[in-house]
Design a protein around this ligand. Structure first.
Ligand SMILES: C[S@@+](CC[C@H](N)C(=O)[O-])C[C@H]1O[C@@H](n2cnc3c(N)ncnc32)[C@H](O)[C@@H]1O
Length: 345
């Protein structure tokens, strides 16, 4: 089996459905414990040192030892940690969880209020973006953690095959990817475009950290303005490669404009030889009785936010009708997530 086949086989997941009430309730608590241990730096310490001595960890980090012991006991019940006296280690399943921490940061850290307010949203008492918000910082951190653990090596393999001098990332968040890729390709330059002022401010820090001032430029702009209102970002039209990650569905929200997005991308970046568009798709329902991590959370979160998401086939149809030729759809780490490698037809 190729690595891509192994990956897509894993997308079927191992959580048996129907989830019995014991599993469902414990899963809810367990996800919060995982997120809390991540926030406290315990998973990081386990990764770096192989084990953690709880009392000295609490002293060094000024943490309430009684609380941390309670969290560790809960993580032991869930089978993620094992103790020898005051020292804890991760179990093999705890190691697996460490590799998927990004999903917990995303779900518990980023979307806890959205999931908890489903009834209010259904009744029309609260609306996402008006009086109900996600934690943008946690969503960005979760994306970055998932990228590092699951996606980065796949993108690197694809980018290695491409020629570029100017790389543009749309919905770039904190511009981590564009900075990393430009750093690895001497002589290239990059532009990271994001609508969020705070993300763009953080992106300035990313660029400094990579030592790429003047080579990678974070720009605060609405990509829809670039596509539909003639807004120009300096040098972006020169892009040879245009990327976007976990962002394409945001461009497609307006049904009136949806079919125009791909042709407008081609027009806005006329010199681009390749578009690398990564996004999560709707999980195909094939009657299996298992679930993977993430997929159903991604679908429900977007339903509660009123943002449609798409099947792989719907994306392929959109690219085709928009005049982009798909070289391949590469399984991209997270369940039912693809990196679509496209060229202007
Ligand atoms: C799910 S995040 C993905 C961030 C980053 N690409 C990643 O994979 O970590 C989507 C990003 O798109 C940005 N965004 C949403 N709508 C946008 C728009 N119309 N124009 C530019 N950026 C936008 C958000 O601010 C956010 O940073």
């Amino acid at each position: 089996m190729s690595s891509a086949q192994t990956l897509t086989a894993q997308w079927q997941g191992e959580a048996l459905t129907p989830l019995n009430p014991d599993t469902a309730f414990n899963g809810f608590i367990c996800a919060h414990v995982v997120h809390t241990l991540e926030r406290l730096g315990i998973f990081r310490k386990l990764q770096d040192d192989g084990s953690v001595e709880v009392s000295s960890f609490c002293r060094e980090n000024e943490l309430d030892e009684t609380i941390v012991h309670a969290l560790v006991r809960a993580a032991e019940s869930f089978g993620y940690l094992q103790s020898r006296g005051d020292r804890v280690e991760a179990t093999p399943t705890g190691e697996d969880v460490r590799r998927t921490l990004g999903f917990f940061t995303w779900g518990v850290g980023g979307y806890h209020d959205v999931f908890a307010n489903g009834a209010a949203v259904a009744r029309g008492e609260r609306r996402f973006g008006v009086d109900l918000h996600r934690d943008e910082g946690m969503v960005a951190l979760g994306s970055a953690q998932a990228d590092t653990a699951l996606m980065r090596h796949i993108l690197d393999e694809e980018i290695a095959e491409l020629d570029f001098t100017t790389l543009v990332d749309l919905g770039a968040g904190v511009s981590e990817r564009v900075a990393r890729l430009v750093k690895a390709r001497p002589g290239s330059r990059g532009i990271g475009i994001d609508i969020s002022k705070s993300a763009t401010e953080l992106a300035v820090g990313t660029v400094e950290r990579y030592g790429l001032d003047g080579t990678v430029t974070p720009v605060c702009a609405d990509v829809l303005d670039i596509l539909f209102n003639g807004h120009q970002v300096k040098d972006a039209g020169e892009a040879d490669v245009v990327m976007s990650f976990m962002f394409l569905h945001d461009l497609l929200v307006d049904p009136e404009r949806r079919d125009q997005v791909i042709p407008r991308l081609r027009a806005a970046f006329p010199k681009a030889n390749t578009f690398l568009l990564g996004d999560t798709t709707v999980r195909p329902r094939n009657g299996e009785n298992t679930l993977p991590v993430f997929s159903d959370g991604f679908e429900l979160a977007h339903a509660l936010m009123g943002v449609p998401i798409y099947t792989r086939e719907a994306y392929e149809d959109l690219f085709d009708r928009g005049g982009m030729h798909m070289r391949r759809a590469v399984p991209f780490g997270a369940p039912h997530t693809y990196l679509f490698v496209l060229e202007a037809a």
